[in-house]
Design a protein around this ligand. Structure first.
Ligand SMILES: Cc1cc2nc3c(=O)[nH]c(=O)nc-3n(C[C@H](O)[C@H](O)[C@H](O)COP(=O)(O)OP(=O)(O)OC[C@H]3O[C@@H](n4cnc5c(N)ncnc54)[C@H](O)[C@@H]3O)c2cc1C
Ligand SMILES: Cc1c2[nH]c(c1CCC(=O)O)Cc1[nH]c(c(CCC(=O)O)c1C)Cc1[nH]c(c(CCC(=O)O)c1C)Cc1[nH]c(c(C)c1CCC(=O)O)C2
Length: 470
């Protein structure tokens, strides 16, 4: 293929939310500003969406991967607006979330920000901690701030301030519910730089959070902090696909390598064809980007960056099969508990539109850093394990109507200590050797869906700047 007359050509590798957002905004900008641009999105699998996958079955809306996005991160909602689908957004039902430790479910104490207390009484009365654990956590009031300025692990930092017990029974499970990570390896600067800032400015995280967190309104908002689409997250994938210019998507085509040709880059595809480009956005996770860049001695530090394997198991039941004694939207499991599941969402409660009347939909998570072997089990074994674990906390006396099991191999990128420096170095070296290539996606600057959209958009701005502004 050659660059068509007068037009500049840009390809995006990877049709997950990062690549989709990039393709959509490139075409939108080109149209609005009259830029002569041809855009191609290249996706290795036979469907778009990457980790966003919705199964619609017997009136249920079941997510295999992400189930929602954080509303306070604006770019995802703006993308929905730009696509004309924001009328289909729904917010989660607010409700108590719990932590499961061996002796049962405990409400997450009120007034905690990622497990850091901003109100003292809910912590003192919580059954999650022993008196000595609470006493040790109060050490945060008096301990000096850390001297180091370079990166450290989230675990090292938080254990020093609060002691082991509060970290194990509250903070770690909450952070696992975002990163599925090992907090003793995760980078503080790449995941929670605000904790470090609080400590530097206020010494005590409790005092600092109390001062900087807006007071909870007396009447609690009925709107939750998450959003999805009534018919599932895949709604946004379908909308983007429908609005991309005809012929601009290639599915079932894998990029195998690339070479620089003057100011352009030549892609080699697994269908034995080549594609000459003026600009390229690589929007795959780092494990897929690594082999492409390593040929050129780039991104080699990312060999040290792991990605955790997880599985989700959705179980649909008749309402009468499940007797829950607690109202709530779900729970996270502490590592020191004797369970295989790491979390469970009571999906029919968190997202009432996902479940037909008279039914219950539960979704269990399996696998986290250092504890991933269960992900290798067969569908029926995974279903059995999740059901057995759920039966330890909720009374379930019938078999599920059906289950949807999804394995995500090496899917949760781990932002380990030194992450920010690794990303900065890789981007700098790529820019020197391949100024026409941009890197974006969940492995680099945030793994939430809005962070992915932000990175796709940032890559679009850089591409347009290089092509039409410079
Ligand atoms: C179980 C689970 C639950 C999650 N829950 C949430 C949540 O509730 N909220 C939230 O905000 N985030 C959540 N996340 C995180 C979020 O889903 C991801 O960070 C995000 O979807 C990643 O998008 P992406 O476009 O960067 O990558 P991906 O979605 O992985 O897309 C990358 C695409 O690149 C393609 N590709 C790879 N190699 C090549 C190649 N050589 N050539 C061509 N194509 C290639 C792949 O096939 C894939 O389609 C969750 C993640 C998981 C695993
Ligand atoms: C209680 C709970 C959580 N998370 C979960 C529960 C279970 C019950 C329920 O579904 O309600 C479930 C969950 N959600 C996510 C995971 C990890 C999946 C994985 O990558 O393996 C797990 C195990 C992804 C996520 N879950 C979340 C993200 C990050 C989204 C973003 O930063 O944009 C991801 C990737 C959001 C989340 N999730 C949670 C917190 C405290 C936050 C951050 C909220 C905030 O910042 O204000 C806790």
């Amino acid at each position: 293929m050659t660059v068509s007359q007068g037009k500049r050509k840009v390809a995006i590798i990877g049709g997950g939310i990062t690549g989709l957002a990039a393709a959509f905004y490139l075409q939108k900008e080109a149209k609005e500003k009259g830029y002569p641009l041809e855009v191609v999105l290249i996706e290795a699998s036979h469907r778009l969406g990457g980790k966003i996958q919705t199964v619609r079955k017997d009136g249920f809306v079941i997510e295999r991967g992400p189930d929602s996005f954080l509303a306070r991160k604006k770019s995802f909602g703006i993308l929905a607006e730009d696509l004309g689908i924001s009328d289909q957004l729904v917010s989660n039902a607010t409700g108590q979330a719990y932590i499961l430790v061996n002796d049962g479910l405990h409400p997450i104490p009120g007034g905690s920000v990622m497990g850091i207390p901003t109100q003292i009484s809910p912590f003192i009365t919580s059954g999650l901690f022993s008196w000595s654990g609470k006493f040790r956590a109060a050490g945060d009031f008096v301990l000096p701030k850390s001297a180091v300025n370079e990166d450290q692990s989230v675990g090292q930092f938080l254990r020093r301030r609060f002691g082991g017990e509060v970290v194990e029974n509250l903070i770690e499970p909450l952070l696992s519910g975002i990163y599925s990570g090992d907090i003793d390896k995760m980078s503080l600067q790449a995941t929670f730089p605000q904790f470090y800032k609080l400590e530097q400015e206020h010494r005590s995280l409790i005092i600092g959070s109390k001062k900087t967190t807006p007071k909870q309104p007396v009447v609690k908002s009925k709107e939750g902090i998450f959003r999805t689409f009534r018919n599932g997250l895949e709604t946004i994938v379908e909308a983007i696909e429908a609005q991309l210019e005809p012929g601009s998507v290639m599915k079932g085509v894998r990029v195998e390598r690339f070479e620089r040709v003057g100011n352009q880059v030549n892609l080699f595809l697994n269908n034995d064809s080549e594609m000459l480009l003026d600009q390229l956005i690589v929007a795959t996770p780092h494990l897929a980007a690594l082999p492409l860049f390593e040929d050129h001695g780039l991104m080699t530090d990312f060999e040290e960056m792991p990605a955790t394997s997880v599985a989700t198991v959705a179980l649909a039941f008749k309402e009468e099969a499940v007797k829950q004694d607690k109202e709530g939207t779900g729970f996270l499991v502490s590592r020191n508990s004797d369970y295989s599941i790491t979390a469970c969402t009571w999906t029919h409660r968190k997202w009432p539109t996902t479940t037909p009347d008279g039914h219950v939909l539960l979704r269990g998570f399996v696998g986290r850093a250092g504890d991933e072997s269960a992900v290798e089990l067969s569908d029926s074994e995974l279903e059995k394990i999740v059901l057995a674990d759920l039966r330890k906390t909720i009374k379930i006396d019938q078999e599920p109507l059906f289950s949807v099991v999804t394995r995500w191999k090496n899917a949760s990128p781990q932002y380990v200590v030194g992450h920010k420096e690794r990303v900065a170095k890789a981007k700098k070296e790529i820019k020197e050797q391949f100024p026409m290539i941009k890197l974006a996606g969940s492995s680099y600057e945030g793994l939430g869906l809005p962070d992915c959209v932000d990175q796709g958009k940032a890559a679009v701005s850089e591409v347009l700047e290089d092509l039409f502004v410079k």
